[in-house]
Design a protein around this ligand. Structure first.
Ligand SMILES: CC(C)(COP(=O)(O)OP(=O)(O)OC[C@H]1O[C@@H](n2cnc3c(N)ncnc32)[C@H](O)[C@@H]1OP(=O)(O)O)[C@@H](O)C(=O)NCCC(=O)NCCS
Length: 187
């Protein structure tokens, strides 16, 4: 059970609403931000319509600093793999997470702080078993963030993803388990 907003030292995390569309569009439209994202943002109207889609709204968490949106996180809860006889026990026990931070706020540890808070939501609030994140290997800022929050590199896939510049890029998958999270908190 999670009570929103979730506060960290400098940030508040809360579920997105359709009213966040302008800020999230502005951040994604800043040069360089979408270099490694799945999609370059379209017009503000297109992005407003996309954010209003129920699935997208449900998986978007807004990061606020002093009441202003400075980025967003993805929290996509899904079933873990399980054999048929125990499939019920794996429903909604895993999540994939992701992140975008306004370049004006980078280099201050805000993404690290936000993702740590999100992992708290995942493990302490939602009772998840495992959290994963992925990126193209060349997205150094992203996988360095995964390592700062204690995630483990579990896969290095070779030329597995096509970048919009036409090159096939290596990919990394990182993961963290609930008991690893708890152990890291008790240090
Ligand atoms: C990935 C992304 C969120 C990382 O942002 P970031 O600013 O590098 O990450 P943080 O906010 O955690 O800041 C970490 C940096 O601040 C420094 N820092 C300063 N104070 C800090 C603190 N209290 N805690 C942690 N780090 C701190 C760290 O040393 C680090 O700097 P370094 O990279 O020079 O070593 C950002 O690059 C981004 O939005 N990229 C575009 C979107 C994207 O690619 N998303 C992922 C798609 S897979």
């Amino acid at each position: 059970m999670t009570t929103w907003p979730v506060a960290s030292e400098r940030l508040a995390l809360r579920p997105a609403t359709p009213d966040d569309a302008h800020d999230l569009w502005r951040i994604r439209s800043t040069p360089g931000v979408s270099d490694w994202l799945t999609r370059v943002p379209g017009s503000e109207a297109e992005e407003t319509a996309r954010l209003a889609e129920p699935d997208r709204l449900a998986r978007t968490v807004v990061l606020e600093r002093d009441g202003r949106a400075v980025g967003d996180l993805m929290l996509l809860v899904h079933d873990a793999y399980a054999q048929a006889e125990v499939a019920d026990l794996a429903v909604d026990r895993q999540a994939e997470i992701g992140w975008v931070l306004d370049p004006a706020h980078r280099g201050e540890g805000l993404a690290t702080e936000a993702v740590r808070a999100l992992l708290g939501v995942c493990f302490d609030g939602l009772g998840l078993h495992r959290v994963t994140a992925g990126c193209m290997a060349a997205n150094t800022a992203s996988w360095r963030l995964m390592e700062r929050v204690g995630m483990r590199r579990e896969a290095h896939t070779v030329r597995s993803g096509l970048h919009r510049d036409g090159t096939w890029q290596d990919g990394y998958t990182y993961a963290l388990l609930a008991d690893e999270w708890r152990a890291s908190r008790s240090l």
